[in-house]
Design a protein around this ligand. Sequence first.
Ligand SMILES: C[S@@+](CC[C@H](N)C(=O)[O-])C[C@H]1O[C@@H](n2cnc3c(N)ncnc32)[C@H](O)[C@@H]1O
Length: 201
Amino acid sequence: MDIFLSNFKNINVRAERVGDFFKHSLTPELLRSNPSKIYLEIGCGHGHWLCSFAQETDDVLFVGIDLITKRIEKANSKKIKRELNNIFFLKADAMEFLSLMPDSVKFSSCFLMYPDPWPKKRHHKRRIIQPEFLNLLADKSNEDCKLYFKTDHTEYFDWTLQTIKNSQHWNIQNYNWPFESDSYFQQLLPNHQFCSASKLD
Ligand SMILES: C[S@@+](CC[C@H](N)C(=O)[O-])C[C@H]1O[C@@H](n2cnc3c(N)ncnc32)[C@H](O)[C@@H]1O
């Protein structure tokens, strides 16, 4: 069993952990640097792309979350090695993290790169892009929040476009990808499609 799950089996303990992340890591940095925006990457892996983005960008605080402990440990090593103060990583599930975060924090952009495609029909319910996810993300976002999605999996791409089109909270847009640098999976699987969306009022 993942060491994280054996240590944090209980939802109350995990909620406390997300609370601590905001209280002791994110909020002090928000107060110190007062960034104009907060960007979230869901499924950041070991932070390859997000650390490069953070390194090149001022006035934004970056948050990366991923389910896998080892990937978050690697991401944190990159942060330390590159002496980045504007990026924070947490091991967390996307829906749980969004539901537990304080209402005072709102994201300005959210990125999903090469999320697990769950190709079998009976596994589609495990995909991150779902109506409930889009509703929750809208609730945790600024008015002008942008959503960016990239995948090598054509069927998941079409699923995402359709799910966004069906959402009352998001509108498909043609934004350029805001930071061109390969993610780890993009290096392995360079053929991809991407889409973007803006939050509706
Ligand atoms: C295929 S990898 C892509 C990693 C990275 N974005 C890249 O492009 O190299 C998908 C990542 O999403 C993470 N992931 C899957 N489901 C998740 C969830 N519900 N919440 C957070 N992360 C999740 C996995 O642990 C994995 O690291």
